[in-house]
Design a protein around this ligand. Sequence first.
Ligand code: ATP
Ligand code: MG
Length: 340
Amino acid sequence: IGLLTGSPWDTLNQAIWDVYSTKAQKESTYELKINLWRHIFLFIRKCLNSYGLFMVGSTMSGFGLDSSDVDMCLLTKPFTNDPRLDALHHLNTVRQLFVRYGVAVESELILAKVPILKFREKDSGCEVDLNCNNSVGIRNTHLLFSYSKLDWRVRPLVVMVKIWAQINNINDAKNMTVSSYSFALMVIHFLQCGVTPPVLPCLHGLVPDKFNSDSEHQTMDVQEEIPAIKDFRSDNTNCLGELLLGFLRYYACFDYNRCAVSVRAGCRLPVEECRFAKAPKNDPNQWKHLCIEEPFDFTNTARSVFDADKFKFIRDVVAQSYRELERTKMLGSILPVQLH
Ligand code: ATP
Ligand code: MG
């Protein structure tokens, strides 16, 4: 793959590749998770007629870590006029069945805006987050999967950024920092418009019949390969080390007051444009501090960062990591604890 070229970036490139090869989801883990999905799907279908179950998130997108949880989406027919009430009803039913038949060892129903049934499956020991009818996750997983396939550097960079963010304590939406999904969008956006020439195109522009905000375009296969983009080749020749440094530089200098990250548009957008976008789920109050446009439903995926001090902490980590990596070109300088 041309990592060792006798250039000053060799050590950093190799270190990023080592992190990627040791931390990324292994093929055997992927198979274990697929078997888990099959088991749960057959169980749910037997007990609750006509329910669909999709595997989403990093297990399928190509950005999984070996330690990542499993995200699933249960699709059901409308039951009441209130989608949240429906979700609570269905997830509660599933939870009771899991307890009765011993499918899950631990389970908890999280009563968030998008309710989640969290459980640990008995045989595999995997942690699963199950939502109900949050179908935007099916579409955006397909989008992420498609971006991951466009260039060999995308997966190692996203995995590296996730590990860097975890170790620096800025990758936990529950703790008012940034979700893994948002980091994946930030990397893709950087590769679209933060480097010249770009590493990634804008898929909403390139294949609008597959990727647009019209909810009629629900995919049934999150790993469906799109023939129209099979032959895409980027003219960018930057190595992994240059791209990681470029990512940190881009977000250390980003104008957060005025700009939003948009993978859908493939460029920065004025925050005001996102704040007042006409979309059913968009709430103008979500657009504060870090603004990352969800490519299908136009919400802010970084709305978890609503605290000014947390936002400052995140910016400080980015800025300091940029300075350190620029100075040393050593991965250890931006990972405060040893990797195991
Ligand atoms: P990890 O490897 O850390 O589990 P992940 O890629 O699975 O990372 P999560 O942040 O756990 O990322 O999100 C799981 C999936 O849920 C995403 O891939 C996406 O499909 C969906 N998702 C998460 N946050 C949002 C959001 N704000 N809007 C829409 N979909 C989201
Ligand atoms: Mg996940």
